[in-house]
Design a binder for this molecule. Structure first.
Ligand code: TYD
Ligand code: MG
Length: 478
């Protein structure tokens, strides 16, 4: 016999790292004041020696990869932007984690999804641990969904929830809003601590796997890391979706950070309206809607989000600096990548930005990750610096290498088609690999640009007033 010794351990409430002493700063994730003492003996995996050991291992049968598999039909919510991100609907028995900052619209979206499924005669249960049932109902009324037969409760005790779910027909979907508010008797820690969040999630996941119900866990991501981050459950769930957006804009993007049953590069685009989240089927048109064509410093990127082409406006502002070290501020793009484009423009394009503060922003509040944005960023920067207005009907895309070469990117055809559809007539793009010429959509003129220096020259040829304005800009700054 051996004893389970009860001693304390210290868990970071942000990342879940465990250490044996208290520290002000978590060594694992670098957050401050996130370490809380928790009882280790009450942790997961703890049990009496009799329940855990004493039995000799029993061999089991190993199987090949080509065995029989039955794919259960997916549960399609009918909200297309959401189904796209999940990879075609909920997979029965799977667990999804939807993360996002408070107020971004997680509860709103899930209420809409629940109502849509409930109206299709599925059993849907919405457990709110944060809001009273009256509040959830009020939201449903606002969304015009109060008549949908969603089963609602304000509960936080996992054992009670599981007992309730076991009654009656197996639910198709269970929403737990949010996982941080849940607690289980299995562990002693206070609700909201990493141990509780993890143990509660584990109990709910076990229920999903055994019953075949799909569970959606809502997780708040807070910037200060005070609440247990949903990161501690990320590896236990089948899919992690993040709901993001910029408070100042109405657009909301759903992105998959992990998905065992679908792609991770698809995004769903929504718009927060007075009556809930509306699907945005044609994001390009919306993102470009408020565009100020005719102003220098703006370039349209023909980008891709997953399998979907998306046109976005990239805005740059270069102003002479008054600081010793010029400022570089980026919203919606990677600042390292901006530093690289600036260096390449300087080294290979003859464009000097060392004496300028540079601001870069993706209009609409979207975050983009693809390297194809390099060329559009470079174009916006050159345009802002020189005062040259880029033609309103021109799109840009291409990856820029450190040598200044513009490299091909994937999905050229899709990008061009989307641009043509929205009325663009010119595209500045990488030269096609080999001697294979890209087929242009009707009325579209392709202007391959093999090197960043050519881009700078191309901007000159596209914008005849550039020289003049450049001189003016120069005489102003001197
Ligand atoms: P909510 O879904 O409660 O956010 P979360 O669950 O992620 O914390 O939504 C919060 C915001 O959305 C709130 O500030 C009000 C706004 N909202 C609308 O603009 N329109 C609507 O129809 C609803 C229901 C909410
Ligand atoms: Mg909420």
């Amino acid at each position: 016999m051996f004893m389970v010794r009860s001693h304390s351990s210290f868990a970071c409430q942000n990342c879940g790292a465990v250490s044996n002493r208290w520290q002000g700063k978590c060594e694992s994730c670098g957050e401050w004041n996130t370490i809380i003492e928790e009882s280790a003996a009450a942790g997961i995996g703890a049990g009496t020696p009799a329940s855990r050991g004493g039995r000799k291992g029993r061999p089991f049968k190993l199987e090949g990869l080509d065995g029989e598999t039955q794919e259960a039909p997916r549960i399609v919510s009918g909200i297309r932007e959401f189904d796209r991100v999940t990879g075609g609907g909920f997979v029965p028995g799977s667990v999804l984690l939807i993360g996002g900052e408070p107020g971004i619209g997680k509860s709103t979206l899930l209420t809409q999804i629940c109502a849509a499924l409930a109206r299709k005669k599925r059993r849907v249960v919405y457990i709110s641990g944060e809001e009273a049932t009256a509040q959830v109902r009020m939201r449903a009324v606002r969304l015009g969904l109060a008549d949908a037969p969603v089963q609602l409760a304000a509960e936080t005790h996992v054992e009670d929830i599981l007992a309730t779910l076991a009654q009656g027909e197996r639910p198709a979907l269970v929403v737990i809003d949010s996982i941080q508010t849940m607690f289980t008797d299995a562990v002693e820690s206070a609700p909201g601590t990493v141990t509780q969040v993890r143990a509660s999630a584990q109990a709910l996941i076990r229920y999903a796997k055994t019953s075949g119900a799909c569970i959606v866990l809502v997780g708040h991501v807070t910037k200060d890391g005070q609440v247990a981050g949903p990161r501690v459950v990320e590896h236990m769930v089948d899919a992690v979706l993040s709901f993001e957006g910029d408070g100042a804009h109405h657009f909301r993007m759903m992105r998959a950070a992990k998905n065992r049953f679908g792609p991770t590069d698809e995004i769903g685009v929504f718009e927060m309206t007075g009556a809930g989240l509306a699907e945005v089927a044609n994001p390009s048109a919306l993102f470009l809607a408020g565009r100020e064509a005719g102003a220098p410093g703006a370039a349209v990127l023909a980008g891709m989000e997953g399998s979907r082409p998306m046109l976005l406006e990239i805005q740059a502002l270069a102003t002479p600096t008054t600081l010793g070290t010029p400022r570089r501020a980026v919203v919606g793009w990677d600042s390292q990548r901006l530093a690289m484009v600036l260096a390449v423009l300087e080294a290979h394009g003859g464009v000097r930005l060392g004496g300028h503060d540079v601001y870069l922003s993706i209009a609409g509040g979207l975050r983009i990750y693809e390297p194809a944005a390099d060329l559009a960023v470079a174009a916006a920067l050159v345009s802002s610096l020189t005062g040259a207005v880029l033609p309103a009907d021109c799109v840009f895309f291409g990856e820029v290498g450190l040598s200044g070469a513009v490299r091909p990117v994937i999905h050229t055809g899709l990008r061009l088609k989307e641009a043509a559809k929205l009325g663009f007539r010119n595209a500045i793009l990488p030269p096609p690999p080999g001697d294979k010429a890209e087929e242009a959509p009707k009325d579209m003129r392709l202007r391959p640009s093999g090197h960043i220096s050519k881009l700078v020259a191309d901007i000159a040829s596209l914008a005849p007033q550039r020289q003049l304005q450049r001189e003016r800009a120069r005489s102003e700054t001197v």
